[in-house]
Design a protein around this ligand. Structure first.
Ligand SMILES: [Zn+2]
Length: 294
């Protein structure tokens, strides 16, 4: 038997970059669980470069592209079995390709004190953190520490790496960034802000080896929001957005129009994502919002 490799890399591998002497806090950064989410992958690779240049204290593990098959297919799900990797953790060593991948990543993240899982919420999205702050007390402390300005409560779908890790007693968060869907766009501005914010976090965890870190980080007060609400078109029509993603608006603000009807904010909210102008079909998403907590 002869194996012919006609193109590297294999789609059933992933690279783990490991830094530090292993003594101290262990932080794991994962990205590319959804293969098309390239702003996330870009940020993870910025950290690979950063720790290659500066070294690390404790232990830092970075997996920039968890799902190679989905990455090369520029899709959210795997072309092998159409599974969404972020719905099947902790996976199954005897399952399909994606189930085995989930199992392997699950094993590789068991030692982490913190897991930061990077994702993207689309070209018309914004940056926010998904958290289980109402369920686990440590989550509130963690998101304040992380310092991303906007935190949205997770919808609680099982099988997500961060959620299952929390259930298993670890501290884990999911960061959503602008970009990714539908064809892998990288938003450099979102990536840069995320990189700096996470540097701030690494300063707290003690993984940063350099002393001039104060020059490149800043802290933000954190605003908490409830679970995501999706405003969908009730009929076919021309959707025109009036507001921007990543901004807060008051109850009653006109967020856009569907034909000549106003789409108004049903409560004080954060705009997580808002579609570009387009003909929207009945039942399609126009805006994703999260209610601001008092
Ligand atoms: Zn994702």
């Amino acid at each position: 038997m002869e194996t012919v490799t006609y193109q590297d890399p294999s789609l059933s591998t992933y690279d783990i970059y490991e830094f530090g002497n292993g003594e101290g806090t262990e932080v794991v950064i994962t990205a590319g669980i959804h293969g098309v989410e390239q702003t996330a992958i870009y940020v993870a690779r910025l950290f690979v470069k950063y720790f290659e240049d500066h070294g690390a204290n404790g232990k830092v593990k970075i997996i920039p592209v968890c799902n190679q098959a989905a990455y090369f297919n520029r899709t959210r799900t795997s072309p092998y079995d159409q599974l969404d990797l972020n719905r099947i953790f902790p996976g199954d060593a005897n399952g399909t390709q994606s189930m085995q991948l989930a199992h392997s990543i699950w094993q590789d993240t068991r030692g982490a004190d913190y897991i930061i899982d990077l994702h993207c919420c689309g070209q018309h999205g914004s940056t926010y953190v998904m958290s289980l702050y109402s369920q686990f007390e440590h989550q509130s402390a963690l998101v304040k520490l992380l310092g991303f300005p906007d935190v949205v409560h997770s919808g609680g779908a099982r099988g997500q790496l961060f959620l299952e890790a929390c259930e298993a007693g670890q501290q884990a968060l999911l960061v959503e960034l602008k970009g990714g869907q539908p064809d892998g766009m990288i938003d450099f501005d979102a990536a840069d802000k995320c990189f700096k914010q996470l540097l701030n976090f690494f300063k707290y965890t003690g993984n940063i080896a350099t002393t001039d870190i104060d020059k490149i980080v800043k802290a933000h007060p954190v605003r908490f929001h409830e679970r995501m609400t999706t405003l969908k078109a009730e009929h076919h029509g021309l959707f025109v957005p009036y507001v921007n993603a990543g901004v807060h608006y008051e109850h009653g603000t006109i967020l856009g129009k569907l034909n000549n009807e106003n789409i108004t904010a049903p409560f004080d909210c954060y705009i997580a994502a808002i579609n570009y102008p387009r003909y929207c079909f009945s039942g399609e998403r126009m805006v994703r919002i999260a209610k601001t907590k008092d």
